[in-house]
Design a protein around this ligand. Structure first.
Ligand code: PMP
Length: 458
């Protein structure tokens, strides 16, 4: 079998080998192995093909990451060129290299004012591990080492390393993590539809922000280092907070001298039609976690963007004992540069802001206006969360909403559409290069799958 090339295998052979040797992330491997995985063999633009020849429209840009779409030769060329020139060198021990220098310079230009320093890693999870290390070093360097608590939110997703999983607020992950990073606490999420009954969104937004102040006072501001949040929660269900939430969170962070961290792993690089999602919500973080859209997922790379006052403290603070073999990897940096060039020079993010984003949001709302099982649609730019509800337009939830989300996802599977289910919310986040006619197809298929789901419920 050793000399058999992969292209000669049948789907069944691939599935058998996959089941025999490969453990998948976030999966029940027993049932997955019995059913067999879908084998994706190639991709172009916004489409994937599986080993059975099915053409699938990717409404999730992979895992929220393939912002420039599949098959971009510019990125492959950049990787090849860099691999031949300098495939690897580290940035420890007084050393650097051109790709990481150019990328840092580029990011300093395109990130909002005051972000002029970047620390690199390989993923969003490692980015948030790095955030924790930076936050602690920042306060320690100023003689305030007691400021070590980090406040996060229930149903947040910040990754799956021990620190990322601890920072996140996913109960089903915490249950399997008897050892978590200490000094991390969680407050309520700004999920008005699910948790704000009897309050207007504005009342609820203030109430959830007030939980931050209450928790700071309980812990003592002298013990609290930072607050971290996704500008909109992605994996938690594409939850957009009420408009007054982020300005109030920012006010509280400033009042009690906390660092404000925006996890921009999903929101960064154009998803909402702004370069960074915090710009959409109108607040200014001290640190930003970046990954996914930084390289459009072509190669792994993450980073932390650091505001000047934090960076200067780190720079003046002596050794910072943190780093990864692949921090600032030259091939990843070269691909990130090529990716950013496409996003900027092709006007991809401008198009999302002024054309395809509004078109997608409007089309989705029109197509689902008569759906009997949509409680609300949230989103902006090219990201949307559709709340399932037994009573359209009301703030009620199915008791078994998660099951219904999975039924809908099965219809998507059968209809060659990638749409994600998070409990009782269906999520879309397509590549940012999607055209109007591809949006028509995406929305038509999503509406069809939701209709089939509703019909199945009777
Ligand atoms: N933060 C956020 C907001 C994410 O959505 C994710 C991944 N979906 C992560 C962090 C973790 O990133 P990674 O999977 O690259 O470690």
């Amino acid at each position: 079998m050793l000399n058999q090339t992969s292209s000669t295998r049948t789907t069944q052979q691939w599935q058998q080998l996959d089941a025999a040797h490969h453990l998948h992330p976030f999966s029940d491997m027993g049932s997955l192995n019995r059913a067999g995985s879908r084998v994706i063999t190639h991709a172009e633009g916004v489409y994937l093909w599986d080993s059975e020849g099915n053409k699938i429209i990717d409404g999730m840009a992979g895992l929220w990451c393939v912002n420039v779409g599949y098959g971009r030769k510019e990125l492959a060329d950049a990787a090849q060129k860099q691999m031949l020139e300098l495939p690897y060198y580290n940035t420890f021990f007084k050393t650097t290299h051109p790709p990481v220098i150019e990328l840092s310079h580029e990011l300093a230009q395109l990130t909002p004012e005051g972000f002029n320093h970047f620390f690199y890693c390989n993923s969003g999870s490692e980015g948030n591990d790095t955030v924790l290390r930076i936050v602690h070093q920042y306060w320690a360097a100023q003689g305030q080492a007691s400021k070590r608590y980090v406040i996060s939110r229930h149903n947040a997703y910040h990754g799956s390393t021990i620190a990322g999983g601890s920072l996140g607020g996913m109960g089903y992950m915490h249950e399997q993590m008897p050892s978590r990073v200490p000094h991390i606490v969680h407050i309520g999420q700004p999920y008005w539809f699910g948790e704000g009954e009897g309050q207007t969104p504005a009342e609820f937004g203030l109430a959830r922000a007030a939980e931050l102040e209450a928790r700071i006072l309980e812990l003592g501001a002298e013990n609290v280092a930072a607050f971290i949040g996704e500008p909109f929660q992605g994996a938690g269900g594409v939850i957009f907070p009420p408009d007054n939430y982020w300005p109030e969170i920012e006010r509280i962070c400033r009042k009690y001298n906390l660092l404000l961290v925006a996890d921009e792993v999903i929101g960064g690089f154009g998803r909402t039609g702004e370069w960074f999602a915090h710009q959409h919500f109108g607040f200014k973080p001290d640190l930003m976690t970046l990954a996914k859209g930084l390289t459009s997922g072509y190669v792994p790379m993450g980073a932390v963007a650091i505001q000047d006052h934090v960076a200067q403290t780190l720079i003046a603070g002596g050794d910072f004992n943190h780093g990864l073999t692949y921090s600032g990897h030259p091939v990843a940096a070269a691909v990130a540069l090529a990716n950013i060039a496409i996003l900027r020079d092709d006007g991809v993010i401008d198009t999302v802001k002024h054309d395809t984003g509004p078109y997608f949001q409007k089309s989705l709302r029109e197509a689902l206006a008569a759906s009997p099982i949509i409680g609300e649609i949230q989103g902006h730019g090219l990201v949307a969360g559709m709340q399932l509800s037994p009573q359209a337009g009301s703030q009620t939830r199915f008791e078994n909403g998660g099951d219904i989300g999975l039924i809908c996802r099965d219809h998507c599977f059968a209809n060659n559409l990638i749409m994600r289910a998070t409990g009782d919310r269906m999520l879309l986040s397509p590549p940012l290069v999607i055209s109007r006619s591809e949006i028509d197809e995406l929305v038509e298929k999503a509406a069809r799958c939701l209709r089939l789901t509703a019909e199945g419920l009777g």
